[in-house]
Design a protein. Structure first.
Length: 187
């Protein structure tokens, strides 16, 4: 079938080329190989050339087989990771956000031992959250703009009925994906 396609294409290019291709195909089918006249003459003059060509052919086939095997392994790995990728994409696209304590639990469930307090400390020490005063545990503006955090403002009633404004730092879906990869990326 492949020879028919080759001949059809050769005919389209030129009748003389089609005849030449037909001769090479017959040669290939009859002798198991084909070569140009200069190569044939070199093969007669230098029998080592035949061995070199056979070794090159063997190496090419081994390389092709290796690449096919790697392709199969990559397809299998891709199929295995597809549900995880879909889950990660769903988290990242999520419009809801989670508390830092919830993120710590997710990271811990996936094999990296960290609690809420240690995660807060890590976020402060690595510049994601403020360390002092009214900015304590408030995200750095850069990371809010990157979409990793959001702030939830609320009001609570304090002692003697005094109203206080509260600010809660929450991690967005994109932030969850980012920090999960940061902590578990090397695994």
């Amino acid at each position: 079938m492949h020879e028919d396609v080759a001949l059809e294409f050769a005919r389209w290019l030129s009748p003389a080329f089609a005849i030449w291709c037909n001769d090479r195909i017959k040669e290939l089918l009859k002798y198991g190989m084909t070569a140009t006249q200069p190569t044939l003459e070199q093969m007669v003059d230098n029998p080592d050339l035949v061995i070199e060509l056979a070794v090159k052919l063997k190496e090419e086939r081994a390389e092709k087989e290796k690449l096919q095997q790697e392709g199969k392994e990559l397809h299998a790995r891709l199929a295995e990771q597809a549900p995880k990728v879909a889950f990660a994409n769903a988290i990242e696209a999520s419009k809801s956000s989670c508390l830092i304590g919830e993120l710590a639990k997710i990271i811990t469930q996936n094999g990296y031992e960290i609690g809420q307090n240690r995660l807060f400390k890590w976020l402060r020490n690595n510049g994601y959250l403020g360390k002092k005063g009214e900015y304590y545990n408030i995200p750095n503006q850069l990371y809010i703009e990157q979409g990793l955090f959001e702030l939830k403002k609320g009001v609570r009633s304090g002692n003697e009925g005094v109203m206080h404004t509260t600010i809660t730092t929450k991690v967005t879906g994109k932030g969850c994906s980012y920090f999960i990869n940061k902590f578990l990326g090397g695994r």
